[in-house]
Design a protein around this ligand. Structure first.
Ligand code: C5P
Length: 235
């Protein structure tokens, strides 16, 4: 079954304290986002990729004019205020401009996650392809989790980490379902930080697919060193 991919890449990455958004920082001879795209550009199940970028983003324009200009399966959609707005814009582009059928599968993957493995992508595609409620890559929580008191200085209590998971990306659903769920969340004013939360608000229960913890999101400067290590080490 063929799928589309959406890459939200319109964030500014303020926590990296760099001179450019984190998806354009150098990593092993190219940019972070080129590593992120590699896994999908080389996958036979991927029909095309929509990248949501800020209007007039000079870094994206530069890549599209040089190293990425050979890939006709790459499309660009306008980014939005929040990550979920960027994803919704890309879904609207898929449906309204490219006229993709609503039952088509779509994977949403952060531009800032360059270490996704082919193994995890295949695992998600195999499981998610049979799920109407969607599926996401996730890892079980291993640390002890503390709930802070309201003033955030002292521990209120310890959460039971059993059954708690870190949500990663890609997150998979069908185009029509995800678009309806994200649009509904937006209309109700509920903040959704990933696609699964929008589906949950619609009463669905996406499947957790255990993935590799190396599929980290570049957030702080140290993450770039980790990503360099993960991408250069043999599996
Ligand atoms: O900021 P954060 O790490 O949560 O961003 C996750 C992903 O969402 C990044 O790839 C970022 O570029 C993207 N994003 C976006 N539009 C926004 C904010 C973030 O596409 N308004």
């Amino acid at each position: 079954n063929k799928v589309w991919v959406i890459i939200p890449a319109a964030g500014v990455g303020a926590r990296m304290q760099a001179d450019r958004p984190k998806q354009y920082l150098p990593l092993l001879g190219k940019t972070v986002i080129e590593h992120t795209l590699d896994c999908f550009l080389s996958h036979p199940a991927v029909t095309g990729i929509v990248v949501a970028v800020s209007r007039g983003d000079p870094f994206w324009a530069e890549l599209m004019a040089t190293t990425l200009n050979q890939y006709s399966q790459l499309h660009t959609a306008p980014g939005g205020r929040e990550r979920s707005d960027s994803v919704l814009n890309a879904l609207n582009y898929l449906v309204d401009t490219l006229q993709i059928a609503p039952e088509t599968g779509v994977l949403v993957h952060d531009a800032a996650r360059p270490c996704l493995s082919r193994t995890d992508l295949d695992k998600l595609l195999a499981i998610g392809g049979n799920q109407t409620a969607g599926a996401i890559l996730a890892t079980p929580v291993r640390d002890t989790m503390k709930r802070a008191q309201v003033d955030a200085t002292r521990i209120s209590h310890t959460e039971d980490r059993n059954g708690l998971w870190h949500a990663l990306t890609p997150q998979m659903a069908n185009v029509g379902l995800l678009r309806t769920a994200l649009a509904a969340a937006w209309e109700k004013g509920v903040v959704v930080t990933d696609e699964a939360s929008a589906l949950e608000h619609a009463g669905l229960h996406p499947v957790l697919v255990e993935g590799d913890a190396r599929n980290l999101k570049i957030t702080r400067p140290a993450d770039l060193a980790l990503a360099t290590f993960f991408l250069s080490a043999t599996p």
